[in-house]
Every structure is written in C-alpha cells, then in structure tokens.
Design a protein around this ligand. Structure first.
Ligand SMILES: [Zn+2]
Length: 408
C-alpha cells in the first residue's frame, strides 16, 4: 500500500489543536511556554503515542519525535515547524508544518512502511518571539546561534524568565541542545503573503529568505509635569518615539517591494497620566531581499533617530539584538520538491520568504528546504488566517513524497 495523506484527518487535527488557546474571533493564542503552548505539546504527544515514536526533548524545550528506520543508525530525515503563536494568531502558521509532519508519520504507519533512514518530527520552541525575544529561539540555541544560558535568561514583559517558563510548563528536556546530524531538513509552512494566491500556484518553492535586522531603541528624555512645563522645555521620550515609529514606516515604504519594516513593541515610563514620559523603548526590525539593502535601511534608521534626538534633546540608544538570513536553501532539495509537486500535477512558483523561519537556522547545519502553501488573502498573524483543506493536503502530500525519497 502506497502511503498517502488523509486530508480530512489532517484538517481535523488542525481544527482540534486550534481549540487550545482559542480567541473570540476564531484564532489561537498560544504564547511560547504558556499553559496553552504546553497543552498543545501534550496533545501532539498524545497523537504520537499510537505511532510508536521515540520522544526526546532538549533543554530549550525543542521536541523531537523519532520514527525508527530499517537502518536505524544512519542520519534521520527531519521535518516540522512550530506550535506557538503570536497573541493574535491564526490556526495555521507553524501548526500546518508540525501537523503535516504528524500526518506523514500517520500515513507511513497506516501503510506499514518503514523507511531506510529514521525520521524525526520537530516542534521548535518559541519560533514567534512574541513573549520572549528573539524569534526562532529554539532553533537558534539548537544551531548555536545563541547560547542556552543567554536564552534561559531572557524575560517576558512580566519578568518571567525562559528558564522559569520551561520549568513551570514541564518543557525543560534532558538533552543538551545541539545539531542532530540530519540527512536533510524540510519545513512546510503557509506563505503568509499574497503571491501564491495571486499567481494561482499550488506550491511555493522557497529558494531563500530576506535578511532581517532587529533593534531595541531606548529614548531617554526628562520627566516633567504636563501643565507647568512649557512646550519648549519638554524632553518628551514618547513624542520622540512617535516620530521614530513613523520614520521606520517611511523607510520601509521607500524600500518596497524588496524591503519591509515596522516598529512592533513599545514600553513607556513612567506611563503616568499627568507626566511627560522620560523613557520609551521600541522594538523594530528592517528587512530586505538583498542584505546590503537591509544594511542601508539600518543606516537610514540611525540617521532618522539621530535627527529626532538632536531636535528634541533626547538621547536615543540603538541596541541591535538579533538578525536572520539571508539564507539560500539547498538547490537540490528545492528541485526535489518541485519534481514531487509536478508529479502530483501541482503548479509551483519560486518564492523568497519574507518572514523568519526555523529553517533559516537549520540551513547551515544540513541541506534544508521549505515549501509554502497559499494563504487566503495573504492574511496572517490574524484570526482570519486561512488555507483550505485541499491546499494543506497538497502541501502535505508533496512533503510526504519528498520525505520518502530522501529516506530511501
Ligand atoms: Zn511560522
């Protein structure tokens, strides 16, 4: 019996997982290492139990579910994505990659097929970076892009550390995070953009990613009373931050279509009615298909903040805290995905990923590739995020076909 994807089972699993951390608008909120994230992980383990997978977990909480091969000592073929979401998350970002991987395992199990190499399904910790920065934390630590110690010490807005969140959610595994010597890595993901839908392609072959540069900006002014302090004497950090937020947007608008940028997070002190703010922190990132253009966008950001700082007599410190990409994915693996799609009469289109993905961190460790399925309306990080059952099943089938070839 030839293994094949069961579209209904895969869809039902996605819908069942979405019930953990539901939001009123029909999306999901499962911040990394929250009780909801823990429950999603436990459900994944429940689903894996009848498949006889061996479960291993590392100290940053990354989950590895291993299926034995006929030659069990050869390097595994690995695939997966992430189950955590942003606060306004949908039901598909990351989840599709993990549950399509689960469906690959289920299809092989149903067909009683044992591949030559072992297989590993992976759920990476804190891909989104909404609660703890930086994004792709689990795969960063796995790939030694960040030390375990540095990751464990990061805190959320309530002052809870990654270390405490791992402990409280029961997700601190025994393994020392390190590369696992995989044959290759494959990640199925929703596009999160409008290109596949607009061009009518079934499958996006991701050839590489943008280069992104992340910053924390700290604006320091002077606290004062909103009444007696005349306008010319104020050193208002919040007003300065407002100008910077708009400058980031202007820089991005000028860098389209290759570039993007936004300020996304703000913290304001004393954040008190009646007080002119004196410390405001912002997070933003600039990203571009061409690395040199992302660097140029950073220069523009620095020039804009310097201008705001001197005009408003506030100090602005810029702290770069993470980058990703640019990455070029493995050409041979991308070709394999293209072939497998066309053998299923699916149309493909090459595409550059504008979002960060765990695959960016895995790519230097072993041959890696990503495939995208369409996002209806290009909507993502939004409860209205949607891909159809058929679109998801097509992507999962291509993943299964590619896994079977690489594992034999
Ligand atoms: Zn994602």
């Amino acid at each position: 019996m030839t293994p094949s994807i069961n579209p209904d089972r895969l869809w039902q699993s996605i819908m069942e997982l979405a019930r953990i951390g539901p939001t009123p608008e029909g999306g999901s909120c499962r911040l990394a290492l929250s009780p909801e994230d823990r429950d999603a992980r436990l459900l994944l383990l429940d689903w894996c139990r009848p498949l006889n997978l061996q479960f291993e977990q590392d100290a940053i909480g990354n989950m590895f579910l291993r299926r034995k091969g006929r030659e069990d000592t050869v390097p595994a073929v690995a695939f997966g994505s992430h189950l955590d979401t942003v606060p306004t998350g949908g039901r598909f970002d990351g989840i599709v990659g993990v549950l399509a991987g689960l469906e690959v395992m289920r299809a092989l199990h149903d067909a009683n097929v044992t591949t030559r190499t072992p297989l590993e399904l992976v759920n990476w910790t804190n891909e989104e970076g909404s609660r703890f920065r930086p994004a792709m934390m689990g795969s960063r630590v796995h790939a030694a892009d960040m030390t375990l110690e540095a990751a464990l010490a990061m805190t959320d807005d309530q002052g809870i550390s990654v270390e405490a969140a791992l402990r409280d959610s029961g997700q601190a595994g025994a393994l020392v995070p390190s590369p696992r010597g995989w044959t290759c890595w494959l990640e199925l993901h929703i596009e999160q953009g409008p290109v596949l839908e607009a061009t009518g392609a079934d499958i996006g072959i991701v050839t590489g990613t943008m280069h992104a540069r992340y910053f924390q900006l700290t604006v320091t002014g002077e606290p004062s009373h909103v009444g007696p302090t005349t306008m010319d004497r104020r050193r208002d950090s919040l007003a300065a931050a407002a100008e910077i937020i708009l400058a980031v947007e202007r820089i991005a608008l000028a860098a389209e279509p290759g570039g993007r940028a936004s300020a996304t997070w703000i913290e304001n002190f004393p954040n008190a009615r009646g007080n002119v703010a004196n410390i405001t922190r912002l997070h933003c990132d600039v990203r571009h298909e061409k690395a040199e253009c992302a660097v140029a966008m950073e220069h523009e950001l620095r020039a804009a903040t310097a201008a705001v700082g001197s005009r408003r007599a506030v100090a602005i410190a810029i702290d770069p805290y993470a980058t990703f990409g640019p990455v070029t994915f493995d050409i041979r693996l991308a070709g394999l995905l293209r072939d497998k799609a066309s053998m299923r009469q699916l149309t493909t289109r090459d595409i550059i990923a504008a979002a960060g993905h765990d695959s960016v961190l895995v790519a230097p460790l072993c041959p890696s590739a990503m495939l995208f399925i369409p996002s209806v309306g290009g909507i993502t990080h939004n409860p209205r995020e949607y891909s159809t059952k058929e679109q998801i099943a097509r992507g999962a089938q291509v993943l299964l076909d590619a896994v079977m070839e690489m594992a034999d």
